[in-house]
Design a binder for this molecule. Structure first.
Ligand code: FES
Length: 155
């Protein structure tokens, strides 16, 4: 059997070679995983984490009139808006164009997507910009001191 000789004339130890191979292989695998994982996360849709049950969006009197907050509804953001008259409306806060999170514009009394200047009215309908369809609207009701949002039939 022929022995491998390293650059300094000493016989190379097979354990070293194996260790080096393991380290290089591990590095390559880690690099591949770091490239593939984000791609898979982007391509594969997440499991639906939307709640069929009620979601507590805010405490009563947490929002002033003509104000809004983003809340978590399952795995998506929702937007709860307290209208000027004190009533509430809630929508999915996910723009129907490319899924950016929308926000309430107090001065304009509308819902705005900063990504491509998409504008929705306070019924969730598209006013201008690239969004292809209305925001999904949710039902809102009060339970004690909590403002509850549920996925109702108001879309
Ligand atoms: S993502 Fe909202 S307008 Fe494009």
């Amino acid at each position: 059997m022929e022995k491998t000789v390293s650059g300094n004339g000493q016989p190379e130890q097979p354990g070293r070679r194996r260790m080096l191979g393991f380290l290089v292989g591990s590095g390559v695998m880690a690099s591949l995983a770091s490239f593939v994982y984000p791609i898979l996360r982007f391509v594969l849709p997440p499991q639906s984490g939307e709640l069929d049950a009620d979601t507590v969006a805010a405490k009563a009197n947490e929002l002033a009139a003509n104000a809004a907050k983003i809340f978590r509804m399952g795995n998506r953001p929702g937007i709860l808006i307290r209208m000027v008259d004190g009533t509430y409306r809630a929508f999915a806060a996910v723009c129907t164009h490319l899924n950016c999170t929308v926000q309430y514009r107090q001065s304009e009394h509308d819902i705005w997507c900063a990504c491509h200047n998409g504008v929705y009215n306070l019924q969730g309908g598209v006013v201008s910009g690239p969004p292809p369809k209305a925001l999904e609207q949710f039902e809102v009701h009060t339970r004690g001191q909590e403002i509850i949002v549920s996925k109702g039939s108001r879309s």
